[in-house]
Write a new protein. Structure first.
Length: 353
């Protein structure tokens, strides 16, 4: 009997074990992790577990990944979000699609998903609570499914090339001190914090610019309908400009941006045009908002099945130099990479018999 070691008991590692067992219930699997299985799944989606995202175009789907886009074209063609939701339903996890196309379990509970997944491997997989820091012996096949920081160190000991880690999907600290008193104020998927800015729009910016050198300018969408603002200004010549702008953005924000007391009659169109965007200076990432990292195992090290070239080692999940935006994309990477790697391992086992 071939022996398989899975290093990492997060979503990708556990889902890999499930797929291996489904293909061969007698397979010998050991999972190693310093923490309890699937503990990292619990906070996802604000504890509701944003499992994946609905988009039937695999090419468009891959565009939600600032790193790894082209590599993922064939991945999602072979195991898509639809395959995921169908397989999860077989596991007893029914799902629904929100208006924003994010997909959640009907229970809106990460702990429910965790229990269902772990129940599938209960008494079928050995679990050893231990951090693996050195390459394992006595296993025919090894799968690296760990977190990034510890996983990269281990991958390098297996002589697998890695890419430098950088915070991604994180808040950003800003230079402009006058905006720091707006903590809690939000607009256009942007939230001011004690240090700078956060929220979905900022997470996307920080992800795209993960390897950009600080400081750099960020342009934030401020007032979407500038023409409507111009009309309001024209129709209210005696009103304070700041007051009219406050109809379009939070008043406290308008007070910071528009420092001069001025009636609408005295405002130039060019001044109004500048309010389409708010330009700030990002000075660093805000680690309190950090969700994932860019970087990890170089995609040039693996084949289309997530197998390291010339080794009986597979790398899946967040350890890869692939990271997605918010919305269930990083979990979908876990499910897809685990399924494809499981199929490849089973084929390898069958061919080695």
């Amino acid at each position: 009997m071939k022996k398989i070691a899975i290093i990492g008991a997060g979503p990708s590692g556990v889902y890999l074990a499930i797929k291996l067992i489904e293909a061969n219930p007698k397979i010998d699997i050991t999972i190693f992790d310093k923490s309890d299985p699937l503990i990292t799944l619990l906070p996802t989606g604000n504890k509701r577990c944003n499992l994946t995202y609905k988009n039937d175009d695999n090419i468009e789907y891959a565009k939600f990944y600032p790193r790894g886009e082209k590599f993922l074209y064939s991945v999602f063609k072979r195991y898509s979000y639809l395959d995921t939701t169908e397989d999860f339903e077989k596991l007893g996890i029914k799902t629904y699609v929100q208006d924003d196309l994010r997909i959640f379990p009907e229970t809106n509970s990460s702990s429910f998903v965790r229990d269902k997944l772990l129940n599938k491997i209960k008494n079928k997989v050995k679990f050893i609570k231990k951090e693996i820091k050195e390459p394992l012996d006595n296993y025919d096949y090894t799968v690296l499914a760990t977190g990034l920081k510890s996983g990269c160190k281990l991958a390098e000991k297996y002589n697998i090339k890695t890419i430098e880690l950088k915070p991604s999907l994180t808040g950003l600290k800003i230079k402009e001190k006058e905006f720091l008193n707006l903590a809690g104020v939000s607009f256009n998927n942007i939230i001011f914090t004690d240090n700078g800015v956060s929220g979905p729009y900022i997470y996307k910016l920080s992800s795209i610019n993960a390897y950009k050198k600080f400081p750099y300018e960020i342009k934030l969408p401020l007032i979407d309908d500038i023409e409507k603002l111009k009309e309001e200004v024209k129709n209210n010549p005696k009103k304070q400009f700041r007051s009219v702008v406050s109809k379009f953005i939070p008043k406290s924000l308008a007070n910071v941006i528009i420092k001069e007391e001025k009636q609408c009659a005295n405002v130039k169109k060019t001044e109004i045009d500048t309010l389409a965007y708010l330009t700030l200076t990002a000075t660093s990432t805000d680690n309190k908002g950090e969700i994932v990292h860019a970087g990890g195992v170089d995609l040039g090290e693996i084949d289309k099945n997530f197998k390291v070239k010339n080794k009986n080692i597979w790398v899946i999940g967040e350890l890869l130099n692939i990271d997605g935006l918010t919305g269930g994309f990083n979990l979908q990477l876990c499910w897809s990479s685990a399924k494809i790697a499981a199929d490849d391992i089973i084929n390898k086992i069958n061919s080695d018999i």
